[in-house]
Design a protein. Structure first.
Length: 167
């Protein structure tokens, strides 16, 4: 790809590990804990968005992210997609932590509310997701994003559909 020479152009390089290769060698609980501890690399979405799983437990997951210029929308603030990705990730991993090893799931509904403008100056934000319903086919989790000073930035809810579970 040719270098962008337009005024003000910037670049960013992202690399990632093959998630299928990692998943084939680790049990779910070990993978999630190892991912949070840095023993296993994160999935590609985390690398490209600059977010990190920092805590995980049964029905709970915490992600952090530092808003950067590459998250900006045309108004010069962090795009809601970055915050939505944090919420979807925290809710999804909170749901995943409750499922049997080898289960597959997907988010079927994501609702997000934004309360504050986020920019590079905001600093490290923290998103905690907690499962609030765990059925056989549906798991629901709520998440909240807080700024470094404890102000609520956004909140959301994800509904996850369990696609299959080992018997």
């Amino acid at each position: 790809m040719a270098e962008d020479t337009r005024p003000g152009s910037r670049s960013r390089t992202v690399s990632w590990a093959d998630i299928h290769e990692i998943g084939a060698h680790a049990r779910k609980e070990d993978y999630l804990q190892g991912w949070a501890e840095g023993r296993y690399p994160p999935p590609p979405i985390c690398e490209s968005m600059g977010i990190r799983l920092v805590e995980v437990g049964r029905g709970r997951a915490v992600f952090t992210g530092t808003p950067a210029e590459y998250h900006y929308n045309p108004m010069g603030t962090v795009h809601g997609g970055m915050l939505s990705t944090l919420i979807d990730s925290a809710c999804g991993i909170a749901c995943m932590s409750l499922l049997p090893h080898g289960s597959r799931w997907t988010t079927v509904n994501l609702s997000v509310s934004f309360f504050r403008v986020v920019t590079e100056a905001t600093g490290l934000i923290r998103c905690e997701g907690v499962a609030v319903h765990h059925g056989r086919k549906i798991v629901v989790a709520d998440a909240t994003i807080l700024s470094p000073d404890g102000e609520q930035v956004a909140s959301g809810r994800a509904t996850c559909l369990v696609l299959d579970a080992p018997r």
